[in-house]
Design a protein around this ligand. Structure first.
Ligand SMILES: C[S@@+](CC[C@H](N)C(=O)[O-])C[C@H]1O[C@@H](n2cnc3c(N)ncnc32)[C@H](O)[C@@H]1O
Length: 350
């Protein structure tokens, strides 16, 4: 399974960082040899480059500390053949857990919910009742165990994100992505998060401490209330400007002002590319997201929208899986608006 091999003297700091980013696989035990510590990772964990550390494929012993693996708790409670179809991957957001339960197991949902409550030690377990939908990208959730709490504070890296999981989109699986984007912001940069939700990208950028101003826009008024609250919670109210409304309206009279533009609305960000290209400064970077099977499709879409400007692709990432063969893709692309700003380019090959 996937693990991280790190020199002993770095292990403590790295483990803290992995715990903060929810990247550690707690079902397995950390192991050691004379010089190295081996840390089990979640399969979907994306680890930033760390000098001296190396991703490895390795056997880890199961953790005896965990009450039992999730399915072990359920073994005596639901039929053995039904167990196989339970997806054990679930999202933990602060004190809440969100589970996806296959239709044929819906009759067992309360039993499964109680097992998830015991397994995770959180306060509320919800089952997905729909996919994310509508302009706010929220989903229907049914409480299946614990108390009816839906507002919670989620911690990732050093950020604290308060959110009501019923009213505002939030995915803990984007924690690494937010770090990757935030790390690219330079001293004095102006950042625009076009689809900010409760503000997790904006908070990550603020925590890195280099942006001079971060505009966090969202059309969902509840989300904007949380951006304001999260700015205060993370001592970033001087740098984050929360804006309620359609980002197209916000950009109507603004041009060439942002050094970084974050476009995390993967189903329809393409419809906003013209606005983003106008808003980005010469040499600024667009962090563009799209559901796609390959990198070519989003890269070509960016290039088409940017014409006649030059697009220099800095990085491309499969951020997370959406469905078999389809990925939430992330592209970082520098936009060159004048010939003089076109240095020797090192475009990534697609
Ligand atoms: C996929 S969520 C991303 C939220 C956030 N970036 C995150 O990572 O948690 C997209 C967000 O875009 C907002 N949104 C959708 N259309 C919008 C528009 N035209 N202008 C501003 N925000 C919009 C939704 O309300 C939603 O909060």
């Amino acid at each position: 399974m996937k693990g991280l091999k790190v020199p002993k003297k770095m292990a403590n700091d790295i483990i803290k960082m992995l715990v903060a980013g929810s990247l550690l696989n707690r079902d397995y035990r950390i192991s050691r040899d004379h010089e190295h510590v081996y840390i089990p990772l979640r399969e979907d964990a994306r680890i930033p480059e760390i000098d001296g550390a190396e991703i490895v494929d390795r056997e880890f012993k199961e953790s005896k500390r965990s009450p039992a693996r999730f399915t072990d708790i359920l073994k005596s409670k639901i039929p053995e053949d039904a167990l196989a179809s339970i997806r054990r991957s679930f999202d933990i957001i602060g004190d809440t857990v969100i589970l996806e339960i296959p239709e044929e197991l819906h009759d067992y949902r309360f039993t499964i919910g109680e097992a998830a409550l015991e397994f995770t030690g959180r306060k509320a377990v919800y089952m997905k009742r729909s996919g994310v939908k509508g302009v706010t990208r929220t989903r229907e959730l049914e409480l299946i165990a614990g108390s009816a709490l839906s507002e919670t504070i989620h911690q990732e890296y050093g950020s604290r994100i308060k959110v009501d999981i019923k009213d505002v989109y939030f995915s803990p699986r984007l924690a690494n992505e937010r770090e990757t984007v935030a790390a690219q912001v330079k001293d004095g940069d102006v950042v625009l998060d076009m689809f900010a939700g409760a503000g997790p990208f904006a908070i990550a950028v603020a925590r890195h401490g280099r942006a001079s101003r971060i505009y966090a826009v969202d059309i969902n008024p509840v989300a904007v209330r949380y951006i304001e609250e999260n700015a205060r919670l993370n001592h970033a109210e001087d740098v984050i400007v929360a804006v309620e409304g359609d980002v197209r309206e916000f950009l109507r009279d603004r041009e060439c002002f942002a050094d970084h533009i974050i476009m995390n609305l993967p189903g329809s960000a393409c419809e906003f590319l013209d606005d983003a290209i106008r808003a980005v400064r010469d040499g600024g970077v667009i962090h563009y997201y799209e559901f796609a099977r390959d990198f070519k499709t989003p890269v070509n879409r960016l290039k088409d929208a940017a014409r006649p400007f030059q697009v220099e692709v800095l990085d491309m990432r499969r951020v997370k899986s959406r469905s078999p063969g389809v990925w939430h893709m992330g592209i970082d692309a520098r936009i060159r608006k004048t010939a003089s700003s076109d240095p020797e380019k090192s475009e990534k090959s697609i």
